[in-house]
Structures are given as C-alpha cells and as structure tokens.
Design a protein around this ligand. Structure first.
Ligand SMILES: *[C@@H]1O[C@H](CO)[C@@H](O)[C@H](O)[C@H]1NC(C)=O
Ligand SMILES: *[C@@H]1O[C@H](CO)[C@@H](O)[C@H](O)[C@H]1NC(C)=O
Ligand SMILES: CC(=O)N[C@H]1CO[C@H](CO)[C@@H](O)[C@@H]1O
Length: 382
C-alpha cells in the first residue's frame, strides 16, 4: 500500500507514452499523478486501513452504536419474590398474593441436552425433591447440523438417582446444509412436546422450560407447586454467570419459564411467552465447562456461528486466557441498549468471591466441581 504512493517517482515518463496495451492503465496512473499527495495517502493508506479495521471490528462498532439503531425489548412486569429457610409455605403463598393448595402440583422438567454433563448433574440434584418426571431429549445433531455423539446415553450410569423418574428420548438430526440453526432447534423442541406426552404430563401440571444451564432454585419450584392461582406462564429471572459462578454478569436472564400445562395449547419454547417475570429464581451459567474442548465445541455448535470470525478464536491458549480474565470469547461488546450500560458492561467481568446462595449440590461436592467456584479459572485440556 505504501508502494502505491512512491509509484509516482518510478513512472514519471508514462504520461508521454501511448503504448496500446498499457493505455488504459497509464491513463489511470496519469490521473493518480495529478492528485496531490494528501489525497494519495488517503486513497492508498487511510482508506484500505479503515476498510481493514472495519472488517476486524465492524461487529464491535455496530454493537457500540446499538442504542442508535435498536430499541430495548419491552420490560417485563417483575414479581417480587420472597424466600427464607425459616418461613412457612403458607406465609410465602400469602406474601405473593396466592393461596395455598391441599397438595402440591406435579412438576415436569424438560430439557434438550447437548453435552453439559456436569451442569445436568447440578441441575437434577438441585431440583430432585420436587420433580415428578425428568424429561430429556438428545439428538445426534447440533443446532448447526454438526454430528454429535449421544453424550447422555454414554453417561447415563452417572444419573442412576433419577432413573425411576426419567423419560429419555433420542431424535435423529436432519443434517441440512446451510440452514438457519433455529430451524433444527425448533424441530427438536417440537419432538420434546411429544416426549412430554409420553412422560404423562396432564392439565395443570407444572412444566419447566429451560436450557440445561438455566437452573431454577429448588425453593422456587417448591413455592410454585404449593401455591394456588399462580400465573399460567411465568418467566424466571435468573442470576447470569459466565464461565463459572466466579463471574456474575447481571440479573438479565429471563428465557427460562414455568407453565401450568394446558393440553393442546402449551408448546415448548425458549422465547418470550408472557409479561411476567419472577425475581431472583435461580442461576444461569453460560459457557461453564470443565474442558477447553467443550468450549471449542460449543463455539462451533452455537446458534450464532457467525461469531467465530477468525480461526484463532478457537485456540486453546486464547480460550484459557479469556476465561481467567473474564473476557469475551468472541471479542464482542455487550448487547445493551444504552451507552451507559454498554460502557458499564465492557469486558472484563469483575471477579466475584461470593459462593453464598449457590446450588447446594455444588457446595456439597465442591472438590469435584471446583472449576465452577471462585478462584479456579484453569480448565482441563482435552
Ligand atoms: C426458625 O423459626 C422458629 C420458630 O419461629 C424459631 O424458634 C427459630 O429460632 C428460627 N430459626 C432461625 C435460624 O431463624
Ligand atoms: C442419527 O440418529 C438417527 C436416529 O437414531 C439415525 O437414523 C441416523 O443414522 C443418525 N445419523 C448419524 C449421522 O449418525
Ligand atoms: C463428564 C463425563 O464424564 N463425560 C463423559 C460422557 O461420555 C463421553 C463419551 O463416552 C465421555 O467422553 C465423557 O468424558
């Protein structure tokens, strides 16, 4: 690019010549020679560099300008949530403005499983006392159409404790090339509706719709199964974490929801289905994996694969470094809707040293799940 500027010295004589082949080329050069050097610097240096940096950072620039081109989703109506170990269920239902039932509702927990064996263990142990049926569906295809082993089937022996309450289903991937990943995801969710019927779900049973890493707290489920008159569809606000419970991000996780099942009407979904959000109802830990290879798999199998813009994003050394710093794996800016929040949420995420109010099973098995607790950012290779 710098050579482009010096070209004027070497080619001084070209304007006088009229050779046929080089005619149009030399005309171009003549025009360029006529430009002053500032314009030349702009054309050959500043412009290409700008285009190159736009290519490198375009996503960042557009995210930073989000407040100008996007408006925030409409806010939820947030329902206050009361909890303490030593308060009776009757008082809780009353505090929430609900009545108490003679007997609790049955509760179904349904998930699409990819490869999150540890999270599944923490999840099922947290919810175990209150769940009637655990419903799990896994496919041999990721949402992005990559082939995936049946990880649950291979690890099933680790989950003997749920066996009497487990409805497990396998579905074959469609392996369509170049399809929007949301299509495969929707296809798998429809199959999950069928599996729920097989599991025996009935009218007014509670159904939890959430990803494996979105874990409602046990006391939240207990409250909702005991109280009468709870909303038909209620989103659950979860504490958002990244990489482990060391990096607390915010309270903005809302996709998990709990439904009073209506046959023929309730459909398994992971988008917004009501205006109501129950405050502080559990934990959402994204990219909380033990092995670096799981990060790489998830980055590739993720529904937004366009985020892996450069191959070096998948390098294990880089990934390990990003995790310990609380940085962003895709080198992106936070998806926020005001400049104030974008700046407040710029990576890195500050470390949190609180392991208060986390799933009980995690603390009872702290040695086994050390990597999820504060101060243990190093991951296993492979
Ligand atoms: C729990 O409540 C009981 C009865 O109200 C009370 O005697 C006890 O001290 C309370 N325990 C705690 C830990 O607050
Ligand atoms: C995926 O699973 C389906 C159903 O079990 C099976 O028919 C298909 O051959 C599998 N595909 C691959 C690529 O393993
Ligand atoms: C956490 C865990 O033990 N996962 C295992 C599940 O099964 C696969 C396939 O057999 C193993 O590779 C994982 O190590």
């Amino acid at each position: 690019m710098v050579e482009g500027y010096y070209i004027s010295k070497k080619t001084d004589d070209i304007c006088g010549q009229e050779s046929h082949a080089a005619l149009s080329m030399s005309r171009l050069k003549c025009i360029l020679l006529g430009l002053d050097y500032k314009v030349a610097i702009f054309l050959f240096l500043v412009l290409p560099l700008s285009i190159f940096s736009l290519y490198l950072h375009g996503q960042k620039i557009s995210y930073f300008l989000r407040p100008l081109w996007d408006s925030p989703p409409r806010p939820f109506h947030e329902i206050p949530h009361y909890y303490h170990d030593n308060v009776s269920m009757e008082s809780f239902c009353k505090l929430h403005g609900w009545g108490i039932r003679e007997s609790p509702r049955r509760v179904f927990d349904a998930v699409l499983f990819s490869n999150e064996v540890d999270m599944l263990n923490i999840r099922w142990n947290e919810m175990y006392p209150y769940i009637t049926q655990f419903v799990l569906l896994e496919s041999n295809s990721t949402f992005t159409g990559l082939i995936k082993p049946l990880v649950f089937a291979r690890n099933r022996s680790k989950f003997k404790f749920v066996e009497p309450r487990l409805t497990y289903g396998v579905i074959g991937g469609r392996f369509k090339k170049n399809e929007n990943p949301f299509v495969e995801e929707a296809y798998q969710r429809v199959a999950l509706d069928q599996l729920l019927k097989i599991a025996g779900i009935e009218d007014d049973d509670l159904l939890i719709m959430s990803d494996v890493d979105e874990i409602p707290s046990a006391h939240t489920i207990n409250l909702l199964r005991w109280c009468d008159d709870i909303p038909r569809v209620l989103h659950l606000q979860l504490r958002n974490y990244l990489y482990s419970y060391e990096f607390f991000v915010d309270f903005k996780s809302w996709r998990a929801s709990i439904h009073r099942y209506e046959p023929g009407k309730t459909r398994y979904a992971h988008y917004r289905q009501s205006e109501l959000l129950l405050s502080d109802s559990g934990w959402h830990c994204s990219f909380c994996f033990r092995h670096i290879s799981q990060f790489i798999f998830k980055m590739k199998a993720y529904s937004h694969t366009d985020r892996v813009r450069f191959p070096h994003y998948l390098s294990p050394e880089r990934i390990q470094d990003v995790i310990c710093k609380g940085g962003d794996l895709f080198d992106m800016l936070p998806e926020e809707y005001t400049f104030k929040e974008i700046i407040a949420k710029m990576p890195p995420i500050p470390h949190s040293y609180s392991a208060v109010h986390l799933p009980a099973y995690l603390l009872n098995n702290a040695e086994k799940y050390k990597y999820l607790l504060p101060g243990n950012c190093i991951r296993e290779i492979g």
